[in-house]
Design a protein around this ligand. Sequence first.
Ligand SMILES: [Zn+2]
Length: 326
Amino acid sequence: MLFDVDGRSVVGTDRRDLTVRTDSASDIRVDRATGDRVIVAPARQERTYLPPRRMCPLCPDPDGRSSEIPADDYRVAVFENRFPSLSGDRGRCEVVCFTSDHDGSFARLSREHARLVLDVLAHRTVTLLDRDDVAEVHCFENRGEEIGVTLAHPHGQIYAYPFVTRRTDAMMRSAAAHRAATGADLFASILDEEVTAGVRVVIATEHTTAFVPYAARWPAEVHVYPNRAVHHLGELTDAEADDLADVYLRILRAYDAMYAAPLPYIASWHQYRSGSVEGRLHAELFSIRRSADKVKFLAGSESARDAFITDRAPEDIAADLRAALR
Ligand SMILES: [Zn+2]
């Protein structure tokens, strides 16, 4: 599917020589000790790994033979992942190409183009949340080889899970407990407290607030909230979506200004079905780079116990980011 700024979306013909997927292509298993779900997807071992530029599957190609996108050019394109972790009637994996410019990045998109990407994510989120087999839609971007990116072309991914992920489940439990104890929405309380404290706020505009969370786990961790509570990107007004795109771009540009090389990062959108009691649209961004020449590795405490240790105070992370804003 190709998306353009004038609101047109075009469904292209899929000319890919796809291997036929079977239900056994991936398997969702539950760890009986913890209740965690693990997606077992052996076919992903075969996925394209850092192909040479002329073989880039995300660059436009009129023939559609060397690329996934049979078009002369495009603004934003979406297609089903050729190597999906989730498929069939148990979820779906899509790829979102942010731009046809192979050497571009999200941070270097115009505001209008960034807004188009958010509109495309809204379109896909609403469409996928409408499916009975989908419990949660996760739009995210992995940027940088250090993060494990296997294609250099600027792109993000959408995972439509047939189950609620552990982090979302934990957040919903916290929100329900907070509502039971105080009668208030947890995410409204968090935003109010951050705005009042101020010390961790990175950007505050009429419609959007970006802050480093009180208990940040990752280097350069920033959460971006629309000031009005909505469940997903599709519920934003035009003015709110424009402002969110602008703040999001400013954060990504600050990321790239922090060190000599662009910052590797993960940007993750939290979205919920319209009408859900708990849950509020927001983005969580973070890096694994903790200084110009050091990467944070998830070692024993983090990997084996999920107990994070951070060596930079969240208040100092916020100061670093404010200094990097242009
Ligand atoms: Zn490319």
